[in-house]
Write a protein that binds this ligand. Structure first.
Ligand SMILES: Cc1ncc(COP(=O)(O)O)c(C=O)c1O
Length: 389
């Protein structure tokens, strides 16, 4: 009796050979020599507090986002805290996505406001303007859409809603640096836009954040909230926090900002390659972009159709992992379904709730090579064929 070796088409998870033995990085946070030198120069100066490098980052980041003002802060959560704190009063109702990272919503609660969950659109995963319109009450004061995965929301629809009902808008662009809408940077829209520079974001500084606005009063207010409400030496006009950045972070941010346009273009090219690969695989849908939007492609999130396969989404991604292709789930739970937010969950966001078992994100960064794309295409095709319903 002879024992045969498993055929090339046998899934690695079932004992076959994997498509690759070399792990593909899911993300590629990477400091270059010049980033390290920029940080060292600040360390050598001895002046570590927020000073020239933070000011430079504020000015340049605002300019590349088509905004008038930029204010650095300690992280993207702090950026939301500052924007909400400057625009809303305790008791205000704020319409926010059920499908986002939790900070978009927890900072609404931290500001003493009431989050009202809005479902996302099946096609784009972005906050649904029509569901938002349905949920407006006399207490609604604001909209807090997230440009999720790097893709701008339907800004035109939200701006129309805000105009009609006299609402303020804070866009959470933690994942969407350099994204554009209708030919303009996303900083051109809304009352404030918040960004995160967390280590794995498109522009990562370790921790860090920034708010852009086009309103002088909001900019001044956020500046006060960011640093103890201080208007003069030990003179404090209002209650504030310490949510400042420092110049080491600012220097890394400036240095990485030099490369961000090129790296964003590489992400956009990667997304186009993935779109082409997925066009040939029934049951896996490429993400759809909001009309008029240009995504910064922080994440490339695929929709899995359970009816087309004999396996679950989790079994599918386990099989991909065995073939050498890492994935991640953004997100395994709707934000509205988080235990910490249970009191605001009205169970009226069915699309968000059902996406939890239907999406997965492919590796996405500026360092993907032709070989990576070929491996990912082969692995997706192999696993899809093996589990074809
Ligand atoms: C959509 C969104 N909002 C806010 C944040 C919070 O940013 P940070 O981690 O810098 O506080 C993140 C970070 O993951 C995010 O993805």
């Amino acid at each position: 009796m002879t024992t045969s070796t498993p055929a090339a088409t046998t899934l690695a998870i079932q004992g076959g050979s994997p498509v690759t033995d070399t792990a593909i990085p899911f993300m590629k946070p990477q400091l270059h020599r010049e980033d390290i030198d920029a940080a060292i120069a600040v360390l050598e100066s001895g002046m570590l507090r927020a000073a020239g490098r933070c000011a430079e980052l504020e000015e340049r980041f605002a300019a590349t986002s088509d905004a008038t003002h930029g204010l650095t802060c300690s992280n993207g959560t702090a950026a939301l805290q500052l924007a909400y704190g400057s625009l809303f009063e305790p008791g205000d109702e704020i319409l926010c996505p059920a499908w986002t990272f939790i900070a978009t919503v927890t900072m609404i609660v931290a500001a003493g406001c009431t989050p009202v969950f809005v479902d996302c659109l099946e096609e784009t995963f972005q906050m649904d303007p029509a569901d938002a319109a349905r949920k407006i009450t006399p207490k609604t004061r604001g909209l807090a859409p997230t440009h999720l995965y790097g893709c701008p929301v339907d800004i035109e629809a939200f701006e129309a809603l805000a105009k009609e009902h006299d609402l303020k808008i804070v866009y959470d662009a933690a994942q969407a640096h350099l994204a554009r809408y209708d030919g303009k940077g996303i900083g051109a829209f809304g009352d404030a836009v918040t960004y995160s520079f967390y280590a794995t974001k498109n522009l990562g500084t370790g921790e860090g954040g920034l708010v852009t606005t086009n309103d002088d009063t909001i900019a001044r207010d956020i500046g006060l909230l960011r640093s103890h409400g201080e208007t003069g030496k030990y003179l404090h006009e209002r209650i504030g926090y310490n949510l400042r950045m420092n110049d080491i972070t600012g220097a890394i941010g400036c240095s990485r900002l030099d490369r961000l346009p090129t790296e964003t273009k590489a992400r956009q090219a990667a997304a186009a390659r993935f779109d082409a690969i997925l066009a040939d695989i029934e049951g896996l849908a490429a993400p759809t972009i909001t009309p008029k939007a240009e995504s910064a492609w922080h994440l490339y999130t695929v929709k899995f159709d359970p009816a087309k396969f004999t396996c679950t989404r989790d079994e599918f991604i386990e099989a991909l992992k065995a073939e050498g292709v890492p994935t991640a789930v953004h997100y395994p739970r709707a934000t509205s379904d988080q235990p910490a937010l249970a009191q605001w969950n009205k169970q009226d966001t069915p699309v968000s709730d059902s996406l939890t078992t239907r999406v997965f994100s492919l590796p996405m960064h500026h360092g993907l090579t032709d070989e990576h794309f070929e491996t990912i295409a082969e692995a997706l095709g192999k696993v899809a064929a093996a589990y074809r319903a």
